[in-house]
Design a protein around this ligand. Structure first.
Ligand SMILES: *Cc1c(COP(=O)(O)O)cnc(C)c1O
Length: 438
């Protein structure tokens, strides 16, 4: 990689060289952890024997913030007690309820409040952003993405391109790892952008690759795309709540993310969307509109003409799902209390400790697919296990021993210790369990 990944700059852990492969060391790290109290803000699932499970699935579905239940029940009670008046009922009228998460979202992704909105789900937001920022012309019509994009992103882009009457096979350009490699090379991304040049309408890139856990130099990708006249947007499903992001300063045109992974807002939670300040007030941008994107001051005049909010709110379609926003509020409060920079610093150490123990204790049985450079990854490590066991059987054994982690055929285990609720003790015990199962 040519340049450091700016999404995680200045977070290298000075203590990584002082790791020790003992349980006592893990416990000492936990005692010294200034963020340890946040674990008590979450519901930790239980293993069959009643003990707390080792939950390393935060990259898939984050744990429930304890206060989320109260926040949801509060709104259920408002609905029960005052029904339609809930739209205006202090202290949290539903009419403006979505604004309660704006500042927290902005802080989490490095944006101005007017640049972010919580709405819809991730794939829906991808389509909405493509509708606005993919403006194909006869000469400039290509979309650059990664070859192994998450299926929903691949389906969304291909189907979207087809709705414009274009051939996805011609319009979509994919960047793959080099033969025999599993990680993408940053130079290859920039080379593809330069090669497509004037034909490139849009670069759509992930913040963190979901399978390998590789993080990208998003600032450099924006700069390269813009240098060649393309728009640049990000899918931050695995990056939001994981890395330190600076979407505004990087000049990303748009970004979308879901809120149920590292952001702990619950299954199917309302997603997030970023539109750069340079675009939010541009009424000339085409969009798929709905009444909730209309200027809130005049929305209820119910006029025939669409007059969008001069903020990311202007891309809203429908009145928001209050019961889904409530857990997001709970989650964002915790991110604000802990601070994403501090969380990222702990994450680098926590994942570094996991990597250290794996290499030290299982070096000849495993291969880590995820980059070893902390700046080129987030919480997650994808571990390929070489053992006589079929991968599925290995995963089942690890789960029976009380670990929740993710498995991908044929033999990759994905583990994501998260800094809000995981501990060094859990990392240590996980490696013990994995070694025992192999
Ligand atoms: C998790 C994930 C999704 C899921 O999309 P939904 O619309 O939330 O169901 C899409 N893309 C990526 C890259 C993901 O990691």
């Amino acid at each position: 990689m040519k340049e450091p990944v700016s999404s995680s700059r200045a977070t290298t852990d000075p203590g990584a060289s002082t790791f020790e492969a003992t349980h006592a060391h893990a416990l000492a790290r936990d005692r010294a952890d200034t963020l340890a109290r946040f674990r008590h803000e979450f519901a930790i699932p239980r293993h069959d024997d009643g003990s707390q499970a080792i939950y390393f699935c935060g990259d898939s579905l984050g744990l429930q913030p304890l206060r989320a239940e109260r926040y949801v029940v509060d709104e259920l009670h408002t609905w029960r007690d005052v029904a339609v008046r809930g739209h205006f009922e202090p202290p949290r009228p539903w009419l403006s309820y979505h604004e309660l998460v704006t500042d927290g979202l902005a802080r989490l992704v490095g944006a101005e409040p007017r640049e972010v909105v919580a709405m819809n789900s991730l794939t829906v937001n991808l389509h909405l952003m493509l509708a606005t920022f993919y403006r194909p012309t006869a000469a400039r019509f290509k979309i650059l993405m990664e070859d192994h994009a998450f299926p929903s992103d691949a389906y969304a882009v291909a189907s979207h391109v087809a709705t414009r009457g274009l051939d996805p096979d011609r319009a979509i350009v994919r960047v793959a790892p080099r033969p025999g490699e599993e990680r993408l090379n940053h130079d290859d991304i920039e080379a593809a952008i330069a090669r497509e040049g004037n034909a490139l309408a849009l670069v759509l890139w992930p913040g963190v690759q979901y399978y390998s856990g590789q993080a990208f130099d998003l600032a450099a990708i924006v700069a390269a795309g813009h240098r060649h006249g393309a728009r640049v947007g990000f899918d931050l499903a695995h990056a939001a709540g994981n890395l330190v992001l600076a979407l505004h300063d990087w000049h990303a045109d748009f970004a979308c993310w879901c809120s149920y992974k590292y952001m702990n807002a619950g299954p199917g939670a309302v997603a997030g969307c970023f539109v750069h300040a340079a675009h939010v007030a541009n009424r000339g941008l085409p969009r798929l509109a709905g009444w909730w994107g209309h200027d809130s001051a005049t929305r209820f005049r119910m006029g025939p003409d669409f007059d969008p909010m001069p903020t990311a709110d202007g891309w809203q379609l429908s009145n928001p799902p209050i019961l889904s926003l409530a857990p997001l509020r709970a989650s964002l409060e915790l991110f604000d209390e802990a601070g994403i920079a501090s969380l990222r610093a702990k994450s680098v150490t926590l994942t570094g400790f996991l990597e250290y123990l794996l290499n030290r204790r299982m070096g000849d049985q495993i291969e880590i697919v995820t980059p070893s450079d902390p700046e080129a990854r987030g919480c997650q490590l994808s571990i390929r296990v070489r053992s006589g066991l079929p991968g599925r059987e290995l995963h089942a054994r690890v789960e029976r021993a009380g670990v929740a982690c993710d498995f991908r055929e044929p033999n990759v285990v994905r583990v994501a210790p998260t800094p809000l609720y995981n501990t060094f003790d859990e990392v240590y015990r996980f490696v013990d369990i994995l070694a025992g199962c192999v």
